[in-house]
Design a protein around this ligand. Sequence first.
Ligand code: PPS
Length: 691
Amino acid sequence: MQTEPTSMSTEDEDHLFRLLRQLDLTPAASQRALAAAVGMSLGRLNGLLRAATDAGFIEVTDHDSTDKRKRVAYALTLRGGSTKNRLTNAFLKRKFAEYDALHAELTGTTSGLSPFRHRTKLMQNNLAPIPELYVSFDSSQKMKIDAADLTSHDLTLRQICDLELLMNGGFNPLKGFLTEEDYNGVVDNMRLADGTLWPMPITLDVSKDYAEGVEIGQDIALRDQEGVILGTMTVTDKWTPNKAKEAEKVFGADDSAHPAVNYLHNTAGDVYLGGPVTGIQQPVHYDFRGRRDTPNELRAYFRKMGWRKVVAFQTRNPLHRAHQELTFRAAKEAQANLLIHPVVGLTKPGDVDHFTRVRCYEAVLDQYPAATTSMSLLNLAMRMAGPREAVWHGLIRKNHGCTHFIVGRDHAGPGSNSQGEDFYGPYDAQDLFREHQEEMGIEMVDFKHMVYVQERAQYEPADEITDKDKVTILNISGTELRRRLAEGLEIPEWFSFPQVVEQLRRTKPARNKQGFTVFLTGFSGSGKSTIANALMVKLMEMGGRPTTLLDGDIVRKNLSSELGFSKEHRDLNIRRIGYVASEITKNGGIAICAPIAPYATTRRAVREDIEQFGAFIEVHVATSIEECERRDRKGLYKLAREGKIKGFTGISDPYDVPENPELSLETENVDVDNCAHQILLKLDSMGLITG
Ligand code: PPS
């Protein structure tokens, strides 16, 4: 039976800590070896083992060994694992206080060392290992099995990123998802309950239903999207947050134009759970494995290379020449080595995907002197919180062993709010960082906007150019770059490296090589199928891209044969068409769809699905209902009027006329060939076809 441990003396806590740590390392050691390792008599050890078993920290199992003294093995339970982590921190804190007191006695000053850090005398602050939340490999194997009995929580993509950085020390000093008290402190004044600076709420959001099934004190298993267990959490807090307040305080406005506010209101669960985490294993990454490093791996690398000062560059974009110049200057200014530290977790919706970006970074890395620069990928889920985000990024980089951090113009900016204005001022992030950098223990290298000065053929900070009226200043904005890529236009060498442009063009070919979807909508008998067929033949005559026709009737036969014409079924039918069209578009083909698609909201959803990958051209085949009924090719209107077909579009079921289609076709006095030709002209004007 498990008994709650009563309050323990410091000495008991130290003994328990030593015992749990030792059992985590050598679960099958003999009792004699164990007693020697933890520095106590066999009698005392036996008493402690019994107490730890009663408290549910360890389990004793028979062990198959020829050596009599090794017939039992001890394994940490889930509870033992989290207790070990808690006691480790308490132990370190106490030892540090003792050290600091001794230091003060000898020198008359405090040591200035922070309490939660492991340190070895000869190691520099930023190079010594930092605490992780993982248990040993042996314990993790056992915990994986024990956790089968726990309630599971399937982590979202954002939570997986957060958990990885919690477990590997990237979010040090956090030891788990925030408790309510810590959360309130972070939201209100960027501080945990104990006063430590921490600007970003790292919370485990869950649905109301899930939260109802979880009790305070319960351990839950944290699993990735394939069900693999990554860690456990002891739930100490459960509360319903005030999301509007969180949005105002953390992101500056409760405005859903901000991607993180949108996430908060429309994706995140309504209830937050908090509590300490015990790490079992890191999330698996199949891509760029050699380029991913934990904080301790990077610290070890810096130690090995003898890098004492390291300046980190955070980015979520491909690197162009301006970035290279900026990072060179930063390294020179800080007299430090350079770490390119791009985010590959979650960035701003619409960003260049991380696969392409990493290929771009790898191409640019050759442009840096190898001995001075390194690159590592950070699996962070960004929030685009500008100033607070900059401070958060700084703390994360400090945990990764960096001494300096570059903050440029509009750091982690989310773009414009719903009034079309920027959420934050361009240098707000630098101001907030500056205010806190001493306390953070990482120095900012601030940069103003870099522009190209043609006459001097070099990049310079915009505010340092004193002869602005005598020189030609060149700059290509992000929007302009996207336009040039989309239209296959030249991207000058002064702006980027040819290898980077090549990678970007591979992922986003010019519009006339990208896939797209033509989506014809209109009443039954309006002429959608006939026009769609003519268009397909014309596109096939031109050649170049595979073309697929997803006509209403064809789809209903091959893809949606079980569906009828209720609103629910029509929506499902259109979403299926949208899914297939988005796959075709993604893979560079042309999809021509011709369903009635009577509801505007469903058409909008399909548009959003497709526009991630290529253009969506909505064509309203605007034949009037009277004309369709007059034609009545299939005799269905007659049956609908007689009430023999229920819910017939235009007769007894609604049709939302498209408000802003890319093209509207009058068909009543125009032949099919001309209608198809009008679509071709539209495609040409959008740069989707040539000639
Ligand atoms: S929807 O609403 O977009 O899912 O409809 P769709 O799949 O395009 O419909 C294809 C054809 O089904 C016939 N039909 C009906 N249409 C509308 N309402 C009702 N109740 C109905 N029942 C059968 C109709 O011939 C559609 O014809 P076309 O000419 O292909 O649009």
